[in-house]
Each structure stands twice: as structure tokens, then as C-alpha cells.
Write a protein that binds this ligand. Sequence first.
Ligand SMILES: Nc1ncnc2c1ncn2[C@@H]1O[C@H](COP(=O)(O)OP(=O)(O)OP(=O)(O)O)[C@@H](O)[C@H]1O
Length: 262
Amino acid sequence: MSGLTLATISHSFSARRVLDTVSLVIRPGELVALVGPSGCGKSTLAAIAGGILKPDQGRILRQYQRHGMVFQQSRLLPWASARDNIAYPLTLGKLSRAQITERTHAAAQAVALLPDDLDKLPAQLSGGMRARVAIARALVVEPEFLIFDEPFAALDPALRRRMQDLVLSLAKARGFGGLFITHDLHEAARLSHRIAVMDRQGKGILGSLTPPGTPGARSEAQIFDFTQEARNHPLLHDLLNVDERAVTLDCACDTLGFQRCC
Ligand SMILES: Nc1ncnc2c1ncn2[C@@H]1O[C@H](COP(=O)(O)OP(=O)(O)OP(=O)(O)O)[C@@H](O)[C@H]1O
């Protein structure tokens, strides 16, 4: 079981303070979705959680050995094939060539990449394929914790659903925890034990919403009902502007296969 504690994290870019004493505790095995208005500092917090960015102040406690990260932009090596991008983190360890090949192909298969796609460079892949290569690269290390920054945004509804199911089944099998950043409330409700809502100005976590049941065991009706109710929750109502609410609704309708139900 793996958890993460971010304690009173502050960070500035140039003179502009983006995060101001933000604390978030993810208990061992807990999947937390982080939502909040665009620009409030979610990606910055994810980069700090993943050790990509050193905060100006604050403490990070990781209760795991390895995490897998997916960034908002796929951040693939442009000169390397999809296969080599997925394998890259393994080449930094002590695995044999045969083990690397086996794990790379298993990860590629899990994200529904075809063998032909693996020879292509990132520029030759579609946006959705690039996103899946990035997800495979995160999963290939057999992570104990996931940090995913809008990992499924470039995927069509069917693939998005498939990737969500993949993460849920792996989380269940391995008991890992995770931090998922998303603008899609339906996705947040589907993937997480808890939805943490970040302040508009990066001044902390305003509170959390807890969908009923556990991720992976919720019915689509439960998720849909929760999402509809949550939109009117003061925590979200004050934070999401009209456009963002519309996007969230579209996503929920798409995923459920409804014709503009709302
Ligand atoms: N490398 C950087 N240099 C300067 N400013 C940055 C940098 N990265 C982020 N910022 C600024 O920090 C603020 C928070 O950005 P961040 O990407 O963390 O927000 P976010 O909540 O993830 O937004 P979104 O939901 O739109 O992805 C923004 O004002 C952004 O312009």
C-alpha cells in the first residue's frame, strides 16, 4: 500500500506565487482526483509530487518506492520510437534485454497499441496514441503510486473508458494509491475514492467530495447521479465557470453514450 503526503507546499514562478501552503494527504491505497479552475496550480503540485519540481517550501513524504507519471503533454522523446519511449525507464535499471522487451510489449498491449505503432516516432502518432505511449511508459515500471495529470484528455470516449478501467483494475490488483488531475468530473467520480478541490488561487485544498462506494465498484448510474449533484455543490459551484461546467457535462454524456442528455 502506498501513500503520499504533501505538507504546506509553496511555490513561485519568478515573483508570482502559484502555490501557497497547500497540503494534501493521500492515504495508502487511496486514489484522489484533484480538480480546480484552470491555472490554479494543479500541474505544478503534480510536478512537485513527482519530484520533477522542487518546491520553495514544504515537505513531501512518499510511502512507496516507485511512481509512474503521466504529464499533461505527453513529453515523449521525439527521436525515439514508441517502443523505445515505453522502454526508456526500464533501461535505467538492471533488467535484461529480454525482460525489457517483454515488459514493454505487455505495457503496449495493455494500452491497446498495435505492434506496427511501436516502430513509429511520436510525430508519426496521433494525439491519442501519444497519450497511450505515455501511459504505457508510466505503467511499465510497475509503479506503486500513480501521478497522472489529465492523462486521458486526448482519448476518444471508448479509449478513455478503457484506460480508466485499466488503471482501476491495476489499482485493485496492486493496491496502489494515486493522484489524478482532471477537468472531467465524471472521470474524477469514476476513478477516485475522493475528489479534492483546489482553491482558485492555489491557496490550498478547499475540501473534498466523496462519491458513494469505491472506485471500480460504482455503477454508471451512481456516478452520473453523483456528478449531477456535485455540480451544484458549493465547493464546485463557486469554482467552475460556465464553460468548464459545460465541458464536464459533455464528458459525462459522451462517456455514457447519451445524446446531449443535459
Ligand atoms: N514553468 C513555468 N514558468 C512560469 N509560470 C508557470 C510555469 N508553469 C506554470 N506556470 C504558471 O503557474 C500557474 C499554475 O499553472 P498550472 O499549470 O500548475 O495550473 P493548472 O491548475 O494545472 O492549470 P490547467 O488546469 O489549465 O492545466 C499558471 O499561472 C501558469 O502560468
